[in-house]
Design a binder for this molecule. Structure first.
Ligand SMILES: [Zn+2]
Length: 237
């Protein structure tokens, strides 16, 4: 099964997505060494990946130069909803990222924040590929991309690493022979840490900017990395 980029997907051409795997990352301000670890794993296996970016760094710049990678944006609207730090409005938050990554045509909001108004805003900024909808593969085996108004395409994902820990939703159970859309959402930090539980992840938070310490914290047992690795080994080795 071929890996593809989000921009390769055409909702009107089933062969552009039904027998393909779309691997995507939400960078979530990860340290460059964490991003580098993921990039190295996927580029060694020559797998295409789409990265929803929260910021600019030398490593993110390197990603944007890799022909096996597509860069989307990952705007964070949580401060508008949950704090009084309202420096920018939603358009300002999106434009800050588009100034850094003007070629992006795909967006996934941090925490999957979405509304009808936001969809209008995305379209007005030429962000037509929206990946803000989680449809778990064990509940929606026939999920497909679909069009809304303004040429907007909704691209649901069927696996999300942090939610898999809340739902005991194991990637190895994804049936790759179904014709459903297969978009995976992975966070570099969970891949790097091999996160076994959200409690473990929270206990590592003080070290997120300390790659040496974070490396010591890599979980040795069954976690996000080992599960994703097992799934990809089954497909590609
Ligand atoms: Zn996020």
């Amino acid at each position: 099964m071929k890996t593809k980029l989000i921009k390769d997907l055409d909702p009107n051409i089933k062969s552009s997505w039904n027998d393909s795997l779309f691997i995507t990352f939400d960078i979530d301000w990860a340290h460059d060494s964490v991003i580098d670890y993921c990039h190295d794993y996927f580029s060694k296996r020559n797998l295409k990946t789409t990265w929803y970016t929260t910021h600019f760094s030398s490593k993110v710049q390197e990603l944007s130069c890799d022909s096996n990678i597509e860069i989307g944006i990952h705007p964070n609207f949580n401060d508008l909803l949950y704090s009084d730090k309202t420096v920018l409005d939603s358009v300002g938050i999106i434009n800050d990222l588009l100034d850094l990554f003007p070629e992006s045509s795909t967006v996934r909001s941090h925490s999957l924040t979405m509304s009808e108004r936001l969809l209008e805003t995305f379209a007005s900024l030429k962000l037509f590929r929206i990946s803000n909808l989680f449809l778990p593969f064990d509940r929606f085996s026939k999920a497909s991309p679909f069009n809304l108004w303004h040429d907007t395409v909704m691209i649901p994902h069927c696996y999300q690493d942090n939610i898999s820990l809340k739902m005991s939703h194991d990637l190895v159970e994804l049936d790759t022979n179904t014709s459903g859309l297969k978009v995976l959402l992975i966070h570099p930090i969970h891949f790097f840490l091999n996160t076994p539980s959200l409690e473990y992840y929270e206990s590592c938070r003080p070290y997120f900017k300390d790659p040496k310490k974070l490396k010591e914290k890599r979980f040795k047992g069954n976690g996000i990395f080992s599960r994703v690795d097992l799934f990809l080994k089954y497909l590609y080795e």
